[in-house]
Ligand binder design. Structure first.
Ligand code: TXA
Ligand code: MG
Length: 303
């Protein structure tokens, strides 16, 4: 892996124009991007991530407006886009017949997941390219997502890949995914924007259908949730006042701030996972607001 700085933006675009892959920062987690019009580039993403070809890949656009060459908007989509985009919300919409997006992104469905990242470096890339970017999270399938360039490097150690370094991602938790392609608006993944926020702002009712058949967010070490107790050689991820002090202790948020905890979650899990700690023990996290997304990730990590 090789690290690029903000000054290397032109070179980063060249990489993408030649159908190669580039990892880049977004406000949620790092993405692994490739030309969404190119079967070659999208195929490389599946290979590099060891991802199932049945799992669709969302597409990043400079604006919601630009995505309208590829998908059919609905009233709800327009309302959500107006209120939340650019931002941590992915809209699954029906594909237009003449869309040039690689069918690999749709993974056998007739829909495309639309994402407009709220990050200056991601938006600069998209502005300079004349194609959108297919971009799943920059990690090997089923493993932890990455919120720093260093964690991306760790995840793809042996790959000949470039990562554009934008520091730590501000939100730290992936986007909320809503499916507007059917009769009923459905949430497919709880993410950085909560169901309540979406419903309150837009007066849309969502059902939650988050039962993904793919495994996610797995560290190498065993992970134990809602602990009241930890041993000296355990890794301990605390929230607020620590229940114990172990050799490998990291605090998601000393002031019990859920947003700060979300931002730290994946990078701290990566740290504990690569330490000599025996297991990763996690203190209880309140299940409100973005805490619901944190607990969703932790639960999947521990299964
Ligand atoms: O915040 C995010 O969404 C990050 C950043 C990099 O943009 N991306 C991300 O991508 O988390 P990924 O591939 O790790 O997770 C996206 C999820 C996948 O689980 C996929 O199943 C779902 O979105 N998805 C994408 N397109 C879809 C579609 N057309 N229909 C249903 N689900 C879709
Ligand atoms: Mg992912």
């Amino acid at each position: 892996m090789k690290v690029l700085n903000p000054g290397d933006l032109d070179f980063a675009c060249k990489i993408l124009r030649s159908d190669n892959l580039l990892a880049f920062p977004t406000e949620t987690v790092y993405g692994l991007g490739g030309n969404a019009y190119s079967d070659d580039a999208v195929f490389k993403i599946f290979q590099c991530k060891k991802r199932s070809q049945f799992n669709p890949i969302s597409v990043c656009y400079f604006s919601f407006h630009k995505s309208l060459s590829d998908v059919e908007p609905t009233k709800e989509a327009e309302l959500l886009a107006e209120n939340f985009l650019p931002g941590a919300l992915t809209l699954v919409l029906r594909r237009k017949n003449y869309s040039k997006i690689s069918w690999l992104c749709s993974a056998g469905k007739n829909t495309i997941g639309i994402r407009v990242p709220d990050h200056p470096m991601a938006l600069s890339l998209l502005k300079n390219l004349n194609f959108p970017l297919a971009a799943p999270s920059a990690n090997i399938s089923s493993k932890l997502s990455s919120t720093t360039a260093l964690d991306v490097c760790e995840s793809f150690k042996s790959e000949d890949l470039y990562v554009l370094d934008g520091g730590i991602c501000n939100l730290g938790i992936e986007s909320t995914i809503v499916d507007l392609s059917g009769d009923q608006p459905r949430i497919l993944r709880i993410g950085a924007i909560s169901k309540e926020e979406l419903e309150d702002k837009c007066r849309i009712k969502f059902t939650i259908e988050t039962g993904s058949k793919f495994s996610h967010y797995k560290p190498k070490k065993q992970i134990i949730l809602n602990v009241q107790y930890a041993e000296e050689d355990d890794g301990l991820l605390t929230f607020g006042t620590p229940i114990a002090k172990t050799k490998y202790c990291l605090n998601l948020s000393e002031k019990s701030d859920l947003k700060e905890a979300a931002k730290n979650l994946f990078s701290m899990l990566h740290s504990l996972d690569s330490s000599d700690a025996k297991r990763i023990c996690v203190m209880p996290i309140p299940n409100i607001g973005i805490g619901q997304a944190i607990n969703d990730r932790l639960k999947k990590a521990s299964n």
